[in-house]
Design a binder for this molecule. Structure first.
Ligand SMILES: [Zn+2]
Ligand SMILES: [Zn+2]
Length: 213
């Protein structure tokens, strides 16, 4: 299943540090431009004037007059690169597909095996994951569609997203509940009740691969 992925022409772009950019980059950022991935590294770029140009990103080529006659890296090529960096269109080696469970569009490597699953649905209870902050191994015990900024942590006055160790991660990430299996303690009296505390993490803090450092 392939979805067309494009950014709405009205997509808001942050205007921070625009002053440091040259004219051409500034225009690439601020003009209302819609970018649609056509596959194989080709993108259609429609600007405010409604003119549509084709960008071949791997080759760095564009069909606009700026590129063809002045041989300059035009604003369309720049804008495609910006949209890819922002995660709004797939990179040349990616395809836009729908999550098998919720249908949300995601960008998967062209060679990635199915099923395609979005970050909310690519984990299962019982999976081992790794904390990107500490490298520790965790066990998934709960999955949720609730966002990190909606779920409170009882030990702080705030949400999962507010916790100092989660500031680098997106506040709208789904929350994943985990335990530290290595903290489990068994005594002659049985398991220590508090040794398997459940913690909540933003999804993007968890890696499915062990972290190499
Ligand atoms: Zn161009
Ligand atoms: Zn999904």
């Amino acid at each position: 299943m392939t979805h067309s992925a494009h950014t709405p022409a009205s997509a808001a772009l942050p205007d921070s540090s625009l002053e440091e950019l040259d004219d051409r980059s500034r225009r690439a950022l601020t003009e209302r431009i819609a970018v649609t991935a056509l596959g194989r590294g080709t993108y259609e770029v429609v600007g405010q004037s409604e003119d549509a140009y084709l960008v071949d990103l791997p080759a760095g080529r564009c069909t606009c007059p700026d590129y063809r006659f002045r041989d300059e890296r035009c604003k369309h090529v720049r804008r495609v690169a910006i949209e890819i960096t922002a995660g709004r269109v797939p990179a040349p080696d990616q395809i836009a597909v729908g999550c098998e469970r919720c249908g949300e569009t995601l960008f998967a490597d062209r060679t990635a095996p199915e099923p395609y699953l979005c970050p909310s649905h690519d984990l299962s209870v019982g999976d081992a994951v790794y904390d990107r902050e500490t490298g520790q191994r965790l066990l998934v015990v709960g999955l949720s569609d609730r966002r990190a900024d909606e779920v409170s942590i009882s030990t702080i006055r705030g949400t999962v997203a507010d916790h100092y160790s989660n500031r680098e991660y997106d506040a709208d990430d789904p929350v994943v509940s985990v335990v530290y299996p290595d903290s489990f303690e068994l005594t002659n009296h049985g398991p220590v009740p508090g040794s398997l505390t459940v913690y909540s993490f933003p999804r993007s803090r968890l890696s499915t691969e062990p972290l190499s450092d």
